[in-house]
Design a protein around this ligand. Sequence first.
Ligand code: NAD
Ligand code: AKB
Length: 339
Amino acid sequence: MKMTVLITGANGEIGHGLIDHLAEMDSVDIVALDLHPLDESLRRKCVRTIVGDILNASILESLSTAHNFDSMYHLAALLSTRAERQPPLAHRVNVEGTLNLLEIAITQSRLQGREVKFIYPSSIAVYGLPSLSVKNQTAKIRESEWCTPRTMYGINKLYCEQLGNYYANFYRQLDAEPTKGRIDFRCLRFPGLISATTLPTGGTSDYAPEMLHQAAQGNAYVCFVREDTRIPFMAMPDAIRALLRLEAAPRESLTQQVYNVGAFNPSASELYGLVQQAFPKTEVSFAPDPKRQAIVDSWPADVDTTAASRDWGWKTSYSLEKAFWEYLVPATRDRYRSM
Ligand code: NAD
Ligand code: AKB
């Protein structure tokens, strides 16, 4: 029997990697939804693609009527910089959109009489360190620490983690009869992600992938954060592996619903050093934007991934050096070779 999965925000950076990997499995039917038409290369890997808004309840209801989903990867969101520029829209998409998807998931689980897995990518943006000196004194941050975000996006993500917990454990707790079917909510707090094949839009960790992609095209880059800025990152293939591993983990081995994952945490100038080794003609200058800088300064310098390793065997495949020399540099060179 094939599994059916729904992916929202399927045309985004993670969507691209996730669809490629799931399509290789052969045992999965992918239903993909995005505000924008899916790239041609992805469309043929899906049994159905829908151009639509997660705020449109009738689209979601008709999807739910047509398919029995085993798992839902809810990726659609507005990222931190974009969310800060349009806070009410971000709240609608990031929170109301997620609520709509959780409603579909619980309806599906009731109708099917079994658990539907809901995989939710949260972010290091849920953390909010009060000052640079506290950030510099804080070692790898644990899931329960400093959950005091200062961005609309971080607040949206933290609240949706809680919503997921509510839908999984306390939904309609006053009903006379216990709710039939439940959601199996599983969440990763991702660091900044760096892909060789797609470019980010609207995030604040974007300086790292932007620096690499501009250098690979022979363009100068003006970095919008200070040279000493340090946050955790991860190569996109590891992010996809983490999503798939968490989805596949036995329920009984999971002791929490929200897990940090991360791989390396170079400063912006260390990243520049690597980019310069790979593309010696590259010109990077640093002109910090104080407002975007304040956002990354409130994000942790590193995350503690002990719980993910213990509960579902998380281990990064890409150290910084390996990510650079075996994935990012060769693949970005290939991507821009003919340009
Ligand atoms: P992305 O911006 O590349 O993709 C998001 C996709 O969502 C886009 O294709 C967009 O068209 C779609 N979308 C936006 N609003 C929509 C709506 N109303 N209805 C339907 N689709 C809509 O982002 P990504 O990097 O692929 O991130 C996916 C998820 O992972 C997001 O939830 C993001 O918060 C989370 N995440 C990403 C990173 C990262 O560094 N990329 C880090 C942490 C968490
Ligand atoms: C962003 O910068 O908004 C994202 C994230 C870290 O969640 N890349």
